[in-house]
Design a protein around this ligand. Structure first.
Ligand code: ADP
Ligand code: MG
Length: 768
């Protein structure tokens, strides 16, 4: 116990010393007072005596709360320091502060959180001749030539050479750098190599001019490389950071409780921030990164953990004991459920019978039979007299679910209706009315329609078929419909468990892996978009059409736009109509700008076979189900994510026939793009595809949570740092469970940080 006291006194001493030696002492002394709300006068001695008073109480009564109160006061002091403008750092004047502001750095905290983009380890510099992939390289060489290239996007073109060769380095819109570089300038560059006409180049790399060898700080081999903007240099930024750290480090507090830090082997936060900016060794840098990543993941998981803890404590007050129609439904199916389907259905039903509301994710590749499972679970709820809603992300998909329900619910006692945008206003009104009166058991519609103004008389269960477009925020809004409603989310973008934890930390996860139908693999080929290749593919499409099979042509854009060079569905459609290559084939056009009536009519004609080749944007990706669709041709495939292409590929061969997927690459794509897409030639396992996708794209959350700012991290990467994510999750769950929802005096700092930094997200954790 005394140890805590000693640490604290030490901390006080350090802070006091800083205050006394601070040039801005006046400012410190006068501004601290209101922030700390000390009971006495405004001098800083009052602050210290107040803190010391608390400490004495702590020592004599042994009451922990006094200690933590003191710590919390110190934290407020630290917040105050961190929110000072950067101009309190000596060497940063008004002008330089403006330049820092261009990088979004206004306060000391912003500066300390301006994390290095990378590190140059001078023992590991790449040879220019070895640049042969789309990835990050560290290069060191001499400027061979400098040239300003004017145009719409002016650039400075630098040729950089080392012993092994030379490379072009472009600084787009940074021609002001021209007077920095001259022939012979020694330059460190760090950036991603891209390929232009098959040759590697660096675009806007981070750089540092190492004027003469004696200026090299030989004692340190690992140097941070920061994102820069005009008028700033790596050297300057480093020196300002050094000052900010010297001055402020004693004030940085650690909000993670000591036992948690110990258990997870995390170094203290001040040490970590310092080592991120000024790594002592590679090992220290690694530990520092790990610690800071853990912290951001931990707070993220803490919100989910709090949410889950809250959910567990509420009782939904419904019991689903009957199972008559559900049993009848399963018996009447024209097929046997697969083992996976049985298993998952049991998981969902066991949840349903629990007193806490169900929050479960059902993930499985397209065609694994999720809808059938969902319908069975829905009937279980209806059996006990409650209502259910089945929601889809698009109109087309909602219609499809409605058709599926019509087929499968034949002879089952369940009244259902659809509620989609294409219904007339009076019809919508009728459906709403019947839901409200309790006459309808099940409504099938789009997210929007069900979220707006529908009042159920006794809603028990919501099933959301989200595909991959349903983020955390939307889930939160859904829950506002009724905090205790049971909820099942279906996703056709299966993601590995550790990632599901990130994107869906508030949900239990069930997975369908088995395919009920003997699906033949979709034969996939990645092709250059050459005339002979195209001719061959179109010939194949024609042949398939003769066998009553249909094809999708997918384009990255709807119409040609001057600012983008994307191949557009509309143009291709126009051209195809007058091309002999497509003569005699029924062609159609589908994209998001058609109204729902038009979309529906196009889809109906495609389904009936009047349209044999459908020119489309990715609107078809979300679950369009046409059994005769056998061929998918994607243009500029390099613009799509692997998971997205996989999803599109799930649209063909659905009746078990052989299907074909052609992925056309633009000419002159980087070798990496081809390699990435070739993953699809080798595998049709959705999990593997998702994994590879993340490897190639590196950063990013796989589920559309980014729109809400969730799942975006300052330094952590959800894929590369997935082990830290798991550890952070366990730690968060354990802490919430052992402290009755974070109710403990020693968590004062943690709670303070949680409420000040994550106020918005905390909304999510609250129930009701
Ligand atoms: P998902 O929603 O996962 O893409 P669906 O539920 O739409 O899959 O099922 C795909 C197709 O497989 C549907 O035509 C469905 O009727 C059929 N199906 C589902 N389960 C089975 C099964 N156990 N045996 C045979 N066919 C099944
Ligand atoms: Mg489906």
């Amino acid at each position: 116990m005394l140890k805590g006291k000693e640490q604290l006194t030490e901390l006080f001493a350090a802070v006091r010393k800083q205050l006394v030696s601070s040039a801005d002492r006046e400012e410190w002394g006068t501004s601290i007072e209101p922030l700390l709300k000390t009971p006495d006068d405004g001098s800083d001695s009052a602050l210290w005596s107040a803190l010391e008073e608390l400490l004495k109480k702590y020592v004599s009564f042994g009451e922990e709360k006094f200690l933590w109160e003191a710590v919390a006061r110190l934290a407020r002091l630290s917040d105050w320091y961190l929110s000072r403008p950067v101009t309190i750092i000596s060497g940063v004047g008004k002008k330089r502060a403006e330049k820092l502001a261009n990088l979004g750095i206004e306060t000391v905290a912003d500066l300390l959180h301006h994390y290095p983009r990378a590190y140059t380890d001078r023992r590991y510099v790449d040879q220019i001749a070895d640049v042969d992939e789309v990835k990050y390289y560290t290069l060191y060489g001499e400027v061979l030539s400098v040239q300003v290239v004017r145009g719409r996007n002016p650039r400075l073109e630098v040729r950089l050479g080392d012993d092994s060769g030379s490379i072009r380095v472009n600084f787009w819109n940074q021609t002001y750098l021209a007077d920095k570089f001259t022939r012979g300038t020694k330059l460190f560059c760090f950036g991603r190599a891209d390929f232009y006409r098959g040759r590697p180049q660096l675009n806007n790399p981070e750089f540092e001019i190492i004027g003469s060898p004696e200026k090299l700080d030989e004692s340190r081999s690992i140097m941070p490389v920061y994102p820069l903007s005009e008028g700033l240099s790596q050297r300057r930024l480093r020196s300002w950071l050094a000052r900010a750290l010297d001055f402020g480090r004693p004030l940085l507090t650690d909000s993670l409780p000591a036992d948690l830090r110990r258990e997870n082997e995390l170094p203290p936060r001040p040490w970590s921030i310092r080592n991120l900016h000024e790594p002592e060794t590679v090992v220290a840098l690694e530990q520092a990164r790990k610690r800071l990543i853990f912290e951001e993941f931990f707070y993220f998981q803490l919100i989910f953990a709090l949410h889950n803890w809250n959910v567990e404590t509420i009782s939904k007050g419904r019991e689903y004991t009957a199972a008559e129609q559900r049993d009848r439904f399963v018996d009447s199916l024209p097929f046997e459920l697969t083992g996976d389907q049985h298993q998952v259905l049991a998981e969902i039903e066991s949840d349903l019978c629990d007193s806490a509301p169900v929050h479960r994710l059902l993930q499985g590749d397209v065609g694994t039979g999720k809808t059938v499972v969902a319908l069975a679970a829905i009937l279980r709820v209806i059996d006990s007299g409650y209502q259910a809603a089945l929601m889809a992300p698009t109109e087309v998909l909602a219609e499809q679910h409605y058709r599926t329900a019509s087929e499968l619910l034949n002879g089952i006692k369940c009244s259902y209706e659809r509620l989609t945008g294409s219904l007339s206003a009076p019809k919508k009104e009728t459906v709403r009315h019947r839901l409200n009166s309790g006459e309808l058991d099940l409504v099938i519609g789009t997210h929007a329609l069900i979220q707006e103004g529908v009042d159920f008389s006794r809603l028990g269960f919501i099933v959301v078929d989200e595909q991959h477009r349903f983020g955390v925020d939307q889930r939160r809004r859904l829950r506002e419909k009724g905090p205790s409603v049971d909820m099942l989310i279906m996703s056709a973008t299966p993601i590995p468990r550790s990632l599901a934890m990130t994107a869906y930390g508030d949900l239990e996860v069930s997975t369908l892996e088995e395919f009920p139908l003997q699906r033949r693999r979709v034969q996939t080929r990645v092709l250059d978009r050459t005339a002979p290749n195209r001719r061959q593919v179109y010939e194949h499409v024609r042949q398939l059409a003769r066998e009553d099979c249909r094809s999708f042509f997918i384009f990255p854009a709807i119409e040609k736009n001057e600012s983008t060079e994307l191949t557009a569905a509309e143009d291709a459609f126009q051209r195809a109509q007058s091309s002999e290559l497509f003569a005699g084939l029924g062609l159609g056009l589908l994209h998001g700008r058609l109204d729902s009536e038009e979309k529906k009519s196009v889809m109906d004609r495609f389904r009936r076979g009047e349209i044999q080749v459908l020119f489309s944007t990715t609107v078809v990706e979300v679950g369009v189900d046409v059994p005769e669709a056998s061929c998918l041709v994607v243009f500029e495939a390099e613009r799509f994510g692997l998971a997205q292409l996989h999803q599109l590929r799930g649209r063909i061969g659905r009746a078990g026939q052989q299907a074909y997927c052609y992925l056309f690459l633009n000419q002159a794509v980087a070798p990496g793009s081809r390699e990435r897409l070739q993953v699809l030639e080798r595998t049709d396992d959705g999990f593997q595809v998702a994994r590879r996708d993340l490897q190639f794209r590196g950063i990013g959350s796989p589920t559309g949570t980014e729109q809400s700012g969730w799942g975006e991290f300052e330094i952590g990467n959800v894929w590369e740092d997935r082990e830290i994510m798991s550890a952070a999750r366990s730690a968060a769950e354990k802490l919430v469970a052992s402290t009755n929802g974070l109710d403990a005096p020693r968590l004062a700092l943690l709670n303070q940080k949680l409420h000040s930094t994550y106020a918005d997200q905390l909304q999510f954790a609250r129930i009701g």
